[in-house]
Design a protein around this ligand. Sequence first.
Ligand code: NDP
Length: 282
Amino acid sequence: MTIPTRTLNDGNEIPAIGFGTYPLKGDEGYQAVRSALDHGYRLLDSAVNYQNEAEVGRAARDWLEDNGVDRDELTIQTKLPGRHHDYHLAIASVEESLERLGLQRIDVLLIHWPNPITNKYRDAWRALVDLRASGVVRTIGVSNFTAQHLADIVESSGETPAINQIELHPYFIQEQMRAEHHQRGILTQSWSPLGKANAPFAERPVGDAAKAHDVTPAQVILRWQVQLGNVPLPKSGTPERQAENLDVFSFELSEAEMSAISGLTREDGRLFGGDPNTHEEM
Ligand code: NDP
């Protein structure tokens, strides 16, 4: 299956859907990533804090070699942890990530959380800008940044991130952040795109659309994500579900179906209270 791509504000392209790798680790993680690549995923989302960069990197390298595929066909994405926000620690952290991944280049590097209590995300961003200039990182972005955090790094560096990866699912549709991204030319990636354990599979707008298009509730939600302009990063350890989650480009939701699903959003729709203004993740 060929996946459409999205063009970022730095001119690079990434696949319109990616594979979430948390909490896949060890041999199970290796097999899950290989299976995802076999099914057609070309964007892998890892992080230092997932403790799976080695497995993700090895699975990607082995898959490329076994299939004779060019390295540039894959977009490998990882994230800088909060404890490495200091400029020099950030540079060293990325060197370690490259080592663990076994790669010469990281395609997308994101700051995992802003950790505003520590208040060092501007330093971390400066490191990412320099890492991109040195060529070891192709695209730089952030994750879990609010409009204020985005304004702070753009103002301090003159550089706009290409991506902000945020919690986004039908119970938490992030209308304001999507508008903010649109205005700044930032691509929205959705984490927990299905809603994880709290997936709204049984909600009526999701079930009705699934019936109407003869697809599964998960496919409806991922299609909703794609039509909103987001790049969703569904995780599944199950090969059948991996394939199912990728197969969302052959049907289209109507405007009414889209707004009914968006209507499921709630004020308190976050999965675990991960408010970026207060959540600390080191
Ligand atoms: P998801 O919304 O992707 O949900 C994953 C869960 O849904 C798993 O339990 C999976 O089970 C199940 N599932 C997957 N596909 C289907 C399907 N077709 N039908 C039924 N159930 C399904 O949530 P995650 O929290 O895993 O988020 C995805 C990714 O987002 C993570 O892997 C990570 O890469 C990223 N992330 C980033 C964060 C950040 O701070 N930047 C925070 C959290 C996540 P099974 O595996 O058994 O199929």
